[in-house]
Design a protein around this ligand. Structure first.
Ligand code: AMP
Length: 427
């Protein structure tokens, strides 16, 4: 069996590595991949961008690919699954209409409201409908969100009305190009942030193991939001009672609602949630794909054959399979390039990868590039060092031993990934 992974980040390295480990898989193609996927046995990089659907389609046909798994959101929102399906090719992910859950926050908010799924109160504006007096009647902080895809940068938590208005106007003026043509203004919710990821096949739902990421740049969850500075699995904050509540109040009505509206959801579905003090799981956002970096520790723990799970989902048989998980915890530390997230520097040589390869755990590459046998930084989030251990604290030690063995000028990473879970485990 031949598998194609679309994308070139850490999530895609983990997907490719996991699929290549399946006995039924002969080869995994990754488009475009990175220096990490280039070095994996039975994995081959193909120089096609993740957004170039026409070229990916030609590749899948020419290489007789049996299964395609799409990592990032942009091709999904653009409709890659529809195009592959029209060509008779198996491609795991939601179709264009269902991927609007991530592609349009305005659509997602309306959908949540129609189906009574808990979420922050909000209003959606364009430049023409923007209602400044209404804004001035709101309480602060206010959350201002570009409706479209903005690479994780389209959300501003504004402490004053003036700052909120300025943020909205900057979005209307083109700060995020088309993604800011509609802007969602949302009430600020306090609570504990939790992510929840499932696989769905249109009707049935297979929840993945629990996981949690750290979005802020600095230790103690301070500093600016980033794409994610680390993640771990399991997440003790998701107790069995909370798990049941999220399934009942969020995931099940979302999958039922999408099917009822004629756009059955097949693919990974990621709900970003704010758990209110009374336990209500409020939806902050939906993502139509695996989280990055959550995918890396999750796939380290997955013992089942991922290709079988994806095929079951594509055949609407997700109720007939189960996922087996390593009982150990996994924790990933994202190692970032100089200047990330504001102004990333590229082209630094990464040292110590051979040494790290001899240690337990696994380093997944994200923004890396191979040239003349050397590995160079080539993006903001460069590596994710993942450790396994009997608990979160042990996984954390293993992950930091790995991270500390690799170096390049300007490398920086948080020293406290998983601290909440470590504290939860040893009060
Ligand atoms: P989003 O892309 O919508 O998940 O927003 C990015 C981040 O902004 C979230 O992970 C939260 O930390 C924060 N955020 C988004 N919406 C809200 C809200 N309504 N209240 C508080 N924080 C929020």
């Amino acid at each position: 069996m031949k598998v194609l992974i679309v994308g070139g980040g850490g999530r895609e390295h983990a997907l490719a590595w996991k699929c290549a480990a399946a006995p039924r898989v002969s080869e995994v193609l990754v488009a475009p991949g990175n220096a990490g996927t280039a070095a994996e046995p039975r994995v081959r990089n193909v120089g096609i961008a993740a957004e170039d659907t026409a070229a990916l389609l030609r590749l899948a046909r020419a290489e007789r690919v049996d299964l395609t798994i799409v990592g990032p959101e942009a091709p999904l929102v653009a409709g890659i699954v529809d195009d592959f399906a029209a060509a008779g090719l198996s491609c795991f992910g939601p179709r264009r209409d269902a991927a609007r859950l991530e592609g349009s926050k305005a659509f997602a908010k309306e959908f949540l409201r129609r189906h009574g799924i808990p979420t922050a109160r909000s209003a959606t504006f364009t430049r023409d409908t923007f209602d400044e007096p209404w804004m001035r009647s709101q309480r602060t902080p206010l959350v201002v969100k570009a409706s479209g895809l903005a690479a994780g940068k389209g959300v501003v938590v504004a402490d004053s009305i003036d700052a909120a208005i300025a943020a909205a106007r900057a979005m209307f003026a083109g700060q995020f190009a088309d993604a800011g043509r509609e802007v969602v203004i949302e009430e600020f919710l306090a609570g504990e942030e939790v992510s929840f990821i499932v696989m769905a096949d249109g009707r049935h739902i297979l929840p993945l193991a629990t996981s949690q990421d750290h979005k802020r740049l600095n230790d103690g969850d301070h500093g600016p939001n980033t794409g994610g500075m680390g993640a771990y699995s399991p997440a003790p904050v998701v107790t069995p009672a909370l798990h049941a509540r999220i399934m009942r109040e969020v995931i099940e009505p979302a999958i039922r609602g999408l099917a009822a509206e004629g756009m059955p959801y097949s693919g990974f579905l990621y709900a970003g949630l704010m758990i209110a003090p009374d336990g209500t799981p409020n939806v902050l956002e939906f993502n139509c794909r695996l989280g990055d970096p959550e995918a890396q520790p999750l796939l380290m723990r997955l013992q089942s054959d991922l290709t079988l799970l994806c095929e079951a989902a594509l055949g609407a048989r997700l109720d007939m399979v189960s996922a087996q998980w390593d009982q150990r915890a996994a924790l990933g530390v994202v190692m970032a390039a100089a200047g990330y997230p504001e102004s990333t520097r590229r082209g630094d040589v990464i040292e110590g990868l051979e040494r790290a390869a001899r240690l337990p755990g696994k380093i997944f590459h994200a923004g890396t590039r191979l040239e003349s046998g050397k590995v160079f930084t080539n993006g903001g989030r460069v590596l994710c060092a993942v450790g396994l251990g009997s608990g979160i604290a042990a996984a954390q030690r293993a992950a930091y031993a790995l991270a500390d063995s690799v170096h390049w000028p300007g490398v920086h990473y948080r020293r406290d990934i998983g601290y909440r879970a470590v504290h939860a485990a040893c009060p």
